[in-house]
Write a protein that binds this ligand. Structure first.
Ligand code: SF4
Length: 233
């Protein structure tokens, strides 16, 4: 039987790691988000340029490149570039030989773009445009690392136990080894994303991050749908 999907993206390519992360924050948000065109993050592009810059790079050169990537970027965003450059001035960002590496796991049916790989040491790194937590990494970064590791385990001949996470705005780099709990959560979320892609409307999680959510109105309008669910029983 042919399955019908709300979005053709994940049917063709498998579940993207970014879909898993959006569903982790709130499955409903993923439901709404998957139906619209996503806008690339300017903050992420700024951090990525810093993460991959050469030792001689100047703020001017970095900003010129960012303007090529995002022709409509507002001048005010340059202050974020300045702050990030200041934060990372004295920290050793992870060296790399390849960037934006497409990795996938046919077993788990997921794929994603890994930020950095260094062939000389065999290390991998994620670049984040958020501040670092007081210790370790944020829960969504733990899931990112776990999902990428699941992909790498299918293609790498050497064992990879963890990866570096660069928190560019804080100028902090941490190493994280995903746990079995992280992997279990990734597997659960893959199923959740697949269900939503097939048209399932997810229930609200117990404590959703609704404050500032751009789908608040749509989400509230869907309340009657939740009530009708009870009448069906
Ligand atoms: S309003 Fe709350 S429950 Fe609804 S999509 Fe946004 S975060 Fe999720």
């Amino acid at each position: 039987m042919t399955e019908t999907y709300r979005s053709s993206k994940n049917r063709i390519t498998g579940v993207s790691i970014s879909s898993i992360i959006t569903a982790f924050h709130c499955p409903r948000r993923y439901y709404f988000y998957s139906a619209i065109e996503s806008k690339p993050s300017e903050r992420y592009s700024i951090c990525k340029q810093i993460s991959c810059m050469g030792p001689e790079a100047t703020e001017e050169e970095l900003w010129e490149n960012i303007c090529i990537i995002h022709p409509d970027i507002a001048d005010e965003k340059r202050s974020f570039l300045k702050e990030c450059l200041k934060a990372t001035r004295n920290i050793p960002l992870r060296p790399w030989t390849e960037t934006d590496i497409l990795v996938r796991s046919d077993r788990a049916g997921i794929h994603g773009l890994l930020d950095k790989y260094n062939a000389a040491t065999g290390e991998y790194a994620l670049t984040r445009c958020t501040n670092a937590p007081n210790k370790g990494c944020w829960p969504d970064d733990a899931l990112r690392a776990a999902a990428f590791l699941i992909c790498l385990e299918e293609t790498c001949t050497t064992k990879v136990e963890g990866m570096y996470i660069e928190y560019i705005p804080s100028g902090i780099v941490r190493y994280y080894k995903p746990t079995p709990k992280d992997r279990r959560m990734v597997l659960q979320l893959i199923h959740k994303v697949r269900d939503i892609d097939k048209g399932g409307f997810p229930k609200k999680p117990l404590s959703p991050p609704c404050s500032g959510c751009s789908f608040l109105e749509q989400c509230q309008q869907n309340k009657p749908q939740r009530l009708s669910f009870f009448f069906k029983k």
